[in-house]
Structure formats: structure tokens, C-alpha cells
Design a protein around this ligand. Structure first.
Ligand SMILES: Nc1ncnc2c1ncn2[C@@H]1O[C@H](COP(=O)(O)OP(=O)(O)O)[C@@H](O)[C@H]1O
Ligand SMILES: [Mg+2]
Length: 249
């Protein structure tokens, strides 16, 4: 593992959205500079609306930046080559519920370019890895919330991405579900993968993250190693989050 290599580099990354009439614009991501080293588990934090999901969509190339640049392992975001390196779990994933778990993960594997024996092997591997081996033939509509989250992770990992992006992967999960997600993240780190995660759970940050960035109104206000966070990190993060909102454009 080359820890000096950048998995993600954001340079003055900015995204404005047009909102409503009169050409009103909202700056969702504001001149963001960030570097995530290969092999890190990186927490992107901030209150609702602070620009976390927009930053992720820029990294995925789903949105075009208004200004600035982003790269994934040196490849400009938006290029197919960059997208292939990424596994992505959206904030509120929607799955075709009439498929079985196996069919669903196969579908995503094919979309990512896997086929034949390799596809078959990877599907069984990730289903086992996410603890769904017993549920492969069940229709996804019968899955519990925790199982849906795990099938989401299986889908993320099927093509062996180098960078795994999880947008609020523990939202709505019970403690056992949170622990299962944490274990998966730590396993990914052991394999040398890079993980970018958004979360509101300070315990989870302490448990899995190496570094964090805190966003407020699209701006980076804190970037540090988790070990450098104050002892009462939830209080500290909450106090910053409680600053009054207001937009900069
Ligand atoms: N497609 C969009 N059009 C207009 N505004 C958007 C769009 N997507 C996000 N926003 C706004 O950008 C800001 C940041 O949103 P988001 O990145 O989703 O925040 P977070 O993920 O941190 O909760 C919010 O004010 C949100 O309403
Ligand atoms: Mg979000």
C-alpha cells in the first residue's frame, strides 16, 4: 500500500445549483480542497445540507463542478475509468424488489463489466461476505432494513472497487446493523481499500475512521486525524454544526 498516493483529490471544488426563479443560486460546495490518501477510511461530516452528498456526486461524476477539479487515483472524475474504480452506496438506495438477492447483485456485477465464471464467483463471495448467503434466493422485497443495507454493500463491492463511497450507510439501522457495517468497513481497510463515508454517528467515526473533514455550508471547517479530535468529539462536532445556517452566494 502506498499511503502517499492520493485516492481522491479535490481542488477548489465548487458546485452551485440554480434554485427557483430570478436566477437564484445556491453554493452547495464551496472551494473545497481535500486529499484522501489510499487506504484511508475517511469520514465526511457535517449537518444536513452541508454539501456531503453533492461532494460525493461530484467525485462520482454524476454532477459537473461549477469550478475546480476532482480526481480519483489521478483520473479526472467523470471519466469512465474513474467510475470503474468506485463502488457507491447512495443515501437512499432503491433496489428492484422483485429480484432475488443473487439476481440483484448479478445485475450490478454485469453493469460493472463482470461476466462468466468471474461474475458467478464474485456474486457468491460478496453475498457470503455481507452475511446474506442464506438469503440469496429470497426476493429482496422480503429483506429487513438491515439486510437491504447489506445487499446494498454487496452491490457496492461486487466489482472489487478500490474506492468505496458510502453515503450515510447506517441511517436507520439498529446497533447490530451498525456494527455489521463497521466490521465490513474495517475489513475493507485491512484489504487496503479506501473508504469515504458520511455519517452522523460519532461512535462510528471513532471506531472506523482514520481522518475526518467537517463541512459547514459547503466549506471545509475542520480536517484532522480522528486521534486529534477533542475527547468529547460529539459535543465539539455538534457545537460547530449548530452555527446558524446561511448561504454564501
Ligand atoms: N439538485 C439540487 N438542486 C438544488 N439544490 C440542491 C440539489 N442537490 C442538493 N441541493 C442543495 O445543496 C445543499 C447541499 O445538499 P447535500 O449535498 O445533499 O447536503 P448533505 O448531503 O450534507 O445533507 C442543500 O441546501 C441542498 O438543498
Ligand atoms: Mg446527504
Amino acid at each position: 500500500m502506498d499511503s502517499n498516493e492520493a485516492a481522491v483529490e479535490l481542488e477548489q471544488l465548487t458546485k452551485d445549483f440554480s434554485i427557483g426563479l430570478q436566477g437564484l443560486r445556491l453554493r452547495a460546495v464551496d472551494s473545497l480542497n481535500l486529499r484522501i490518501g489510499r487506504g484511508q477510511v475517511y469520514g465526511l461530516l457535517g449537518p444536513n445540507g452541508s454539501g456531503k452528498s453533492t461532494t460525493i456526486k461530484l467525485i462520482l461524476g454524476l454532477l459537473e463542478p461549477t469550478a475546480g477539479h476532482c480526481r480519483v487515483f489521478g483520473v479526472p472524475c467523470g471519466q469512465v475509468e474513474a467510475r470503474r474504480l468506485i463502488g457507491y452506496l447512495p443515501e437512499s438506495p432503491y433496489f428492484y424488489s422483485y429480484l432475488s438477492g443473487r439476481e440483484l447483485v448479478r445485475f450490478y456485477g454485469r453493469m460493472a463489466g463482470l461476466e462468466g465464471a468471474r461474475l458467478n464467483a464474485r456474486v457468491e463471495e460478496v453475498m457470503a461476505w455481507t452475511g446474506l448467503a442464506d438469503a440469496v434466493d429470497r426476493r429482496v422485497e422480503t429483506y429487513s432494513k438491515g439486510m437491504l443495507q447489506r445487499i446494498g454493500l454487496a452491490q457496492v463491492l461486487v466489482h472489487e472497487p478500490e474506492l468505496v463511497i458510502l453515503d450515510e450507510p447506517t441511517a436507520g439501522l439498529d446497533p447490530a446493523g451498525v456494527e455489521a457495517v463497521n466490521t465490513l468497513i474495517l475489513n475493507l481497510r485491512d484489504e487496503g481499500k479506501t473508504v469515504l463515508i458520511t455519517t452522523h454517528l460519532t461512535d462510528q467515526i471513532q471506531e472506523v475512521c482514520d481522518r475526518i473533514a467537517l463541512l459547514e455550508r459547503g466549506r471545509l471547517i475542520v480536517e484532522c486525524a480522528v486521534s486529534d479530535l477533542p475527547v468529547n468529539s460529539s459535543r465539539y462536532l455538534l457545537d460547530i454544526s449548530r452555527r446558524s445556517p446561511g448561504w454564501s452566494v
